[in-house]
Design a protein around this ligand. Structure first.
Ligand code: PMP
Length: 400
């Protein structure tokens, strides 16, 4: 066989895919599973958005669009940034892509390469690390845990930034921890960044509308205007509008950075799907009432899961302030044994035991560069939460 590109060796396989593969094998064998691994809303895309897509198809909006998005969608995005975040962007400061994922990947590639460091706190989303590795840059990790609410401190950031740092990657609300930085906390990070004018900031705001306390969401470009001039604020319609399959992400930031991203997309992805862009315009400009309706449902699910998991000896849960994830710490289970004698030495061991013996799918912390933690997504029905959490409790109690 011809050889594969050895550059890909630096990219670690996604820990989330491992779990999906194992769960799929069990599903094919007819096992009933209680799935807490899925990182997407279980709601359907609202009717008005689906209708807008149909109109787009019927009116012939089926051709290539501008690589960085249609003028109408950019208008809707500019209005959204102004309305929700108090940020002002002109058309050349906005870029639309086929999901936030490729946009983040290219945004990193545009500012960091070989020899450069990208600073990120852990636990972090698997793909953020993968994107840094794909760009050829090095991830400089700042470890956080349940004790600090999964948030980096300004002192920690100050200790970590160095002359090789090209980029700070922020994600709030966080996948996988649900931590949400307050405006004051972001301003304090901004003060540290003031001493590092050569560092770009990438703010992944994908879960902006899934924040449980009113007016708690803040984004660094808005609270720290000096840093804002070098910040790319990334958002999308996937999580908030239940549009994961439509593949629309967008960003606003410095025109130089946006131009570089556009240049890469010109040669690789091309423009996003024309029909999805029309749907995204409706999502951003149309009625927003379901955002608060869904939020209330997510809050109920979060509280239900937390109240059930309280009965699990050896697990410790922080209350997530946003997104739809809980990241229990399972240090109390380490060194214990399953009834068949298997040793629990890491979150991966416990997650495997949960899946094989109890049919519960979760994601081990290694995928988020942290242990001993694992991730539970509560973007699923109350029935699954009740039965799945009862099984998690049973699993913890079954260990000797
Ligand atoms: N950022 C975060 C933090 C995410 O969790 C995800 C999806 N899991 C994305 C970005 C990617 O979103 P999209 O569906 O728009 O590609």
């Amino acid at each position: 066989m011809p050889r594969l590109n050895p550059d890909l060796d630096r990219l670690r396989p996604s820990a989330i895919s491992d779990v999906f593969d194992m769960a799929n094998r069990l599903r094919e064998d007819g096992r009933e599973l209680f799935d807490f691994s899925v990182g997407e809303p279980d709601f359907d895309t609202p009717q008005n958005i689906r209708e807008a897509a149909k109109v787009a198809i019927e009116s012939g909006q089926t051709r290539y669009t501008a690589v960085d998005g249609t003028a109408l969608l950019k208008q809707a995005i500019a209005a959204k940034f102004r309305r929700d975040n108090g940020l002002d962007f002109s058309n050349d400061q906005i870029v639309v892509a086929s999901g936030a994922k490729p946009l983040l990947a290219v945004a990193i590639q545009a500012v960091a390469g070989q020899g450069d460091e990208v600073v990120i706190s852990t636990p972090c989303w698997t793909s953020h690390i993968g994107m840094i590795e794909l760009a050829g840059a090095t991830a400089r990790l700042m470890e956080t845990g349940i004790e600090t609410g999964f948030k980096m401190t300004p002192e920690q950031l100050a200790r970590t930034l160095n002359p090789n740092t090209r980029l700070l990657l922020l994600c709030s609300p966080s996948n996988p921890t649900g931590a949400v930085y307050t405006a004051d906390e972001l301003a304090a990070l901004g003060d540290v960044l003031a001493d590092y004018p050569d560092v770009w900031v990438l703010s992944d705001d994908l879960y902006e509308h899934i924040v449980f306390e009113k007016d708690h969401f803040a984004t660094i470009a808005a609270v720290s205007p000096a840093v804002g001039k070098r910040t790319l604020t990334v958002n999308g319609v996937s999580k908030c509008y239940a549009m994961t399959g439509w593949r629309i992400g967008y960003a606003g930031g410095p025109s130089e950075w946006v131009k570089a991203i556009r240049k890469v997309f010109t040669q690789s992805n091309g423009g996003p799907c024309s029909v999805s862009q029309a749907a995204a315009i409706e999502a951003l400009n149309g009625p927003q009432a379901y955002l608060s309706e869904w939020l209330a449902i997510y809050r109920q699910r979060r509280d239900l899961a937390l109240s059930l998991l309280r009965d699990a000896p050896g697990l410790e849960c922080a209350v997530p302030e946003g997104a739809f994830y809980i990241m229990p710490k399972c240090a109390g289970l380490l060194g214990r044994k399953t009834p068949s004698g298997g040793a629990i030495e890491s979150s991966a061991d416990f997650c495997r035991y949960l899946l094989e013996a109890f049919g519960v799918v979760t994601v081990p912390g290694a995928g988020f560069l942290c242990d001993p933690y694992f991730r539970i997504s509560f973007a699923t029905s109350e029935d699954v939460i009740k039965e799945g959490c009862a099984r998690i409790v049973a699993a913890t109690r079954s260990l000797a």
